[in-house]
Ligand binder design. Structure first.
Ligand SMILES: *Cc1c(COP(=O)(O)O)cnc(C)c1O
Length: 455
């Protein structure tokens, strides 16, 4: 057994195929519905928004989907990403648990997002798309897609959630560097944005609102398509390069995880690291626990309802089956901007409903405390989103210590926090607080929701 700190793979070990969990789910996801008729929609209904190459992946039941050579070539800029044994952290926590982390912060944009941004830009380019619109929360997705669109010569327009636009100006600078146009959302440039601003001129925005604006632009402009950085099936599938590499790396280390942990916004980095291990749960009787960690201020997995809902705030997307707090729910402006989304992807929602994965909600102070300790033990400063996974790792490591039993924990360090140091400043100066949602706040987005039940 290797005791190496960092477990390497060579370039030719970058996966050649993405893993599509739809082929192996015990219960398939329910179909998306047309909100007007309540009838299931076919792939053609998505054609105004996405290129056919991605739509076919969205509905594919094939277990393995070939990664185009051009995409693998670009992946080589930062993949394979390193897998680390967290020896410093194990020592600090004085735990019998073995802790590994897959580090996705080595990508040009600093997170896992380019794993899907590059193939999305590629398939749009294949179909001659000239312009893409998208939304971004903390700016991670917007910067990843800016990078990818720049490589393929596609124009990009990014609707950035207002609060992040103000709090995270450097993410905007990154997007501009990679040639994208960035607008604060809600904006005056779309009907959706104008409608929100009329009711709430000081709206901090939300991912749901920004999605409405970007979707509206793509739906009303012939040559423009839309791209989403999480939630959808094809996005989750592109991220499985993370877990597929981690499997190989752990094999080299002679290990296999008892627990896999990742933070949860819409589900893409969680899916990326967890699905290849879930495959072995389904097929080989392995019993790896996969835990999604969401913020207590936006607890759709642990406190939401499983039902049909819109992906955006205004109600322009098809209805998707998901755990949701309601599409009008506006989460508190916590620093983990990438986790402020009202819903969850259809696949992860179905897996949770079937008890095949676990979910937990954590408060941000516990997360930042764990994130700082992690940085002190391992050197890497985690993105605020990533600290949610780390805090859960601390809990599992503590449990191992109490029980006097070892276990192998793998978590996804989905991004670095170098552009989020103002959040760390707020934490150090005591300006950061936990958020306790009242029942009224929790149900604010659900009580008037008249979308169909998901059965
Ligand atoms: C976008 C993002 C997330 C949340 O999105 P998922 O689709 O749930 O992965 C988490 N962490 C980072 C660093 C992100 O950029």
């Amino acid at each position: 057994m290797s005791t190496a700190k960092k477990i390497h793979l060579s370039e030719n070990e970058i996966p050649e195929k993405w893993y599509n969990i739809q082929a192996d789910m015990p219960n398939p996801t329910l179909p998306p519905l047309n909100p007007g008729t309540g009838e299931p929609i076919g792939p053609e209904a998505l054609a105004p928004l996405f290129p056919m190459g991605l739509i076919m992946q969205e509905v594919s039941q094939e277990r393995w989907i070939e990664i185009p050579e051009e995409v693998r070539e670009i992946y080589k800029i930062w993949r394979p990403t390193p897998l680390f044994r967290a020896t410093g952290l194990e020592k600090m926590l004085d735990t019998p648990a073995k802790i590994y982390y897959k580090y996705e912060g080595v990508s040009p944009a600093g997170s896992h997002k380019p794993n899907t941004a590059v193939p999305q830009a590629y398939y749009n380019k294949q179909e001659n798309v000239k312009r893409i619109t998208t939304e971004t929360g903390a700016g991670q997705w917007g910067s990843a897609l800016s990078f990818a669109c720049q490589l393929f010569g596609i124009d990009l327009e990014v609707y950035m959630v207002r609060i992040s636009y103000d709090q995270k100006p450097y993410r905007k600078s990154m997007m501009n560097t990679w040639g994208a146009r960035v607008l604060a959302s809600p904006s005056e440039t779309t009907e959706s944005g104008r409608k929100i601003l009329a009711d709430a001129p000081d709206s901090p925005g939300s991912l749901g609102i920004a999605i409405s604006e970007a979707v509206e632009r793509a739906a009303t402009d012939e040559g423009t398509k839309y791209a989403l950085g999480s939630v959808l099936n094809h996005v989750l599938m592109h991220q499985t390069v993370i877990g597929l590499e981690a499997l190989k790396q752990l094999e080299k280390a002679g290990d296999y995880p008892d627990v896999v942990i990742a933070p949860f916004g819409g589900g893409s980095n969680f899916a990326g690291i967890a699905f290849p291990f879930l495959r072995h749960n389904f097929q080989d009787g392995k019993k790896t626990r996969c835990i999604a960690v969401e913020p207590a201020s936006c607890p759709k997995l642990t406190k939401g309802e499983f039902r049909y809902d819109f992906g955006d705030t205004v109600g322009l997307t098809p209805l998707l089956p998901m755990y949701t707090l309601g599409h009008t729910f506006v989460p508190a402006p916590i620093h983990a901007g990438g986790l402020r989304y009202h819903g969850a992807g259809a696949i992860v929602s179905q897996l949770l409903k079937d008890n095949l994965i676990e979910a937990i909600a954590l408060q941000q102070l516990e997360c930042f405390e764990a994130g700082v300790k992690f940085a002190q033990a391992e050197g890497i400063i985690p993105a605020p989103e990533a600290t949610h996974g780390i805090a859960q790792v601390f809990r599992e490591a503590e449990k191992a210590k109490e029980e006097g039993k070892s276990r192998t924990i793998l978590f996804n360090l989905c991004g670095h926090g170098h552009l989020d140091m103002s959040a760390y400043d707020d934490y150090f100066s005591g300006r950061l607080t936990d958020h306790h949602l009242t029942d009224e706040q929790l149900h604010s987005g659900l009580k008037d929701l008249n979308t169909p039940a998901a059965t």
